[in-house]
Design a protein around this ligand. Structure first.
Ligand code: IMP
Ligand code: MG
Length: 178
């Protein structure tokens, strides 16, 4: 698996340091509020698992599944909820946890959808942000790292379902796509 990687952009140490920092920031910002972390599957599962453990306040955890991507590397532009929330979010402080903010279509759709369920607040926490790719004007409230327009794998991010279990984030060798 590691032989398929062309370049490492974010090492395991960089990732853990930044997620620890985000955990501290969220713990301070949400002190006394018992936020509900909503992980967007599948990409966020590793980030959320680390982030939640770096938070030292009470929180609840839920997951949703949305699909916008097929097996390729480009968004289809269409967002569908394929696994709904398992709990009521009315009056809750919701933090949507995502692996990466790319075109913004997924999070724009999700933020609107969740806002209509009358939560106390909805904020977005994305580990990576590719601002140059944005198609809709959405900004993440909490970001791990800004990144350039490349296709990344690892730390939850996949190519055709694989590489999510890499502890670092990198790009793939061109021959993997062919
Ligand atoms: P958006 O709706 O275009 O912002 O897409 C967000 C989703 O696209 C993310 O949750 C990822 O699943 C996927 N995605 C976007 N960029 C990448 C990437 O570089 N590697 C892997 N998945 C990506
Ligand atoms: Mg995703």
């Amino acid at each position: 698996m590691k032989n398929d990687i062309e370049k490492i952009f974010f090492t395991e140490e960089m990732i853990q340091n930044r997620v620890r920092e985000l955990g501290r920031i969220l713990s301070a910002d949400y002190e006394g509020k018992v936020p509900l972390l909503v992980g967007v599957l599948k990409g966020s599962f590793i980030f959320l698992a680390d982030l939640a453990r770096y938070m030292d306040i009470l929180c609840d955890i839920e997951f949703m599944t949305v699909s916008s991507y097929g097996a390729g590397t480009k968004t289809s532009g269409e967002v569908k909820i394929t696994k709904a929330l398992g709990s009521v979010i009315e009056n809750r402080h919701v933090i949507v946890v995502e692996d990466i903010l790319d075109s913004g279509l997924t999070l724009e759709y999700l933020k609107k959808y969740l806002s209509e369920l009358n939560p106390a607040s909805v904020k977005i926490c994305a580990f990576l942000d590719k601002p140059s790719r944005r198609q809709v004007p959405i900004i993440a409230d909490y970001v791990g790292y800004e990144c350039t327009d490349a296709f990344y794998v690892g730390y939850g991010l996949d190519y055709a379902g694989h590489y999510r279990n890499l502890p670092f984030i990198g790009s793939l060798k061109p021959e993997i796509y062919s």
